[in-house]
Design a protein around this ligand. Sequence first.
Ligand code: SAH
Length: 468
Amino acid sequence: MLVSITSTTPDATDLGYLLHKHPERVRSVDVGFGKAHVFYPEAAPERCTATLLVEVDPIGLSRRRKGAQGQGLEPYVNDRPYVASSMLSVALGRLFGSAMAGSCETRPELVDRVLELEIELPVVPVRGGEDVLRRLFEPLGYDVSCSSVPLDESFPGWGDSRYFAVVLKGSHPVRRALEHLFVLLPVLDDRKHYWIGQDEIEKLLRRGGDWLPEHPDVELIARRYLRFGGLAREALARLSEDVNDVDVVDEQHDRAEAEVERPLSLNEQRMRAVIDAVVAAGGGRVVDLGCGEGRLLQRLVAEGSVSRVLGIDVSIGALGRAEKRLRLDEMSERRRERVQLLQGALTYTDARIVGFDVATVIEVIEHLDLERLDVFARVLFGHAAPATAIVTTPNQEYNVHFDRLGPTALRHGDHRFEWTRSQFREWAASISEQYSYVPEFFPIGPEDQETGPPTQMAVFRRVAEAKP
Ligand code: SAH
C-alpha cells in the first residue's frame, strides 16, 4: 500500500525538512504489522514527492490477532497488503508523527507554511463510494479526482472493483494534510480497525482538533473513526464546546449515516426485519416500547397496514428528538391523529399501552437491570398483552467480531447485560409459558456459522384463548 505526497511550491525539496526524511535516503521502519519505507521518487526545486510504502505481513498480522479470525483463507489472503487502509494511517502516525505534531527544528518557519500539495492514493477502499470521498475531502479544500480500479485490467468484462484511485489537490501546511489522511483513511476503510486501544479518542482529538469541529460531516467521521457509538459520543462532546450540540450533531449523523450506509448498516437491517415482522403480524395498532429517537416510529407511520402508532420512552430527550424526526408539527391532521409520543417506564404497569395489536421492544431489554426483567415481562405480556410482541437484543456471541471489545465487554456503556442465543431463548421460552405466548426466533444481520448473527429477534404470538 502506498501514498505519495508531492509539493509543487518552490523550493519543493523543503518537503524533506518537514517530513524529517532526507530526499536522498530511503528510510525503513518496522511498524508492527510489516515494514514501512519512505523514499523520494523525485526531488527537484519545482516538484518534490515523498512516498510512503507499507509492506504488510498478513500472516504475521493474522497470528497476532486473537479471537477475531476470519474464515478459511481470508486471514491470509486479503486486500490488506494493497489498499490504503487504517493501517496506512497507523504507518503515517509512526513515520510522520513529529511532522504532524509540527516540529521542525532545522526550519521551524516551514511548519505552518501553506504548500501546493498533491496527494496520490493509488488504491483506496471507499465505503459509501465517490460521494463519501467527496464529502470528506472537498470541505477541507481539496480538489478530488478519482477513478474506479478495474477488477482485472486483462478482463475488462469483469467490471470495476470496489477500490478507487484517488488524487487530492489542495493548499495546506504539510502537517495539516497529514492529519487529514491520518483521520480520514480509517473513515474510508470499510473494514474494522484491527488495532485495539483505549487512546483512540485522544488520537482523534489530537489529530483533528483544529479542523474537525468545522467539518460538515464531523459526526460521520467520529462515528466511523471510533466505530462504536459510546466513544464517538464522548469525542463529539469534547469536540464541540456546547454539549447540547451533540444531540443535534447526533441527529444529523443518524440521518447522514442512514443515507450513506444503507446497504451496510446493521440498524437498517434491524429496522427492516422488524417492519417485516410487524406487517406479517397484520399491522394494526402498534406500540413501540423504548422508542428512543423514533427511528422505527418513522417507518411505522409510513406503513399502510399500521393504523395507529404510539412511542413510549423514559427519556424526555429521546422523545424530543423523536418529535423532530417525525416532524409532528408539520404533519397533516389525519396523520397526526395516528401518532403519539408518551413518556413512561417499562417497569410499571401502564394502562396507556393496553389494547395494541403489536408491541415492539427494539434493543431495549439489555438496558434494563436483570432483576427488573420479570417486572417488565409482567407489564408487557401479562398486562399490555398485545397479540404479537417483537423483541430484539444483541447476540453476545457475535462480539468476538468486534476487535475493540474484549471478551467480556458490552457493546454499549448503558447495557446491563448481553445474552447469547441460548440465554435469550431460555428467557423467551420461560415467559412464553408463563403468559401463554409462542416465540419464534430470527437472526438479524450477517450470520456467522459459529457465533450466529449480531442481533437476535424473537416474535411472540399470544395463544388465542379458548372460546367458552
Ligand atoms: N428502540 C430504539 C431505542 C433503543 S435504545 C431503537 O431501536 O432505536 C434504548 C431505549 O430504551 C432508550 O431510548 C432508553 O431511554 C429506553 N429505556 C431504557 N430503559 C427504559 C425503561 N425502563 N422504560 C422505558 N424506556 C427505557
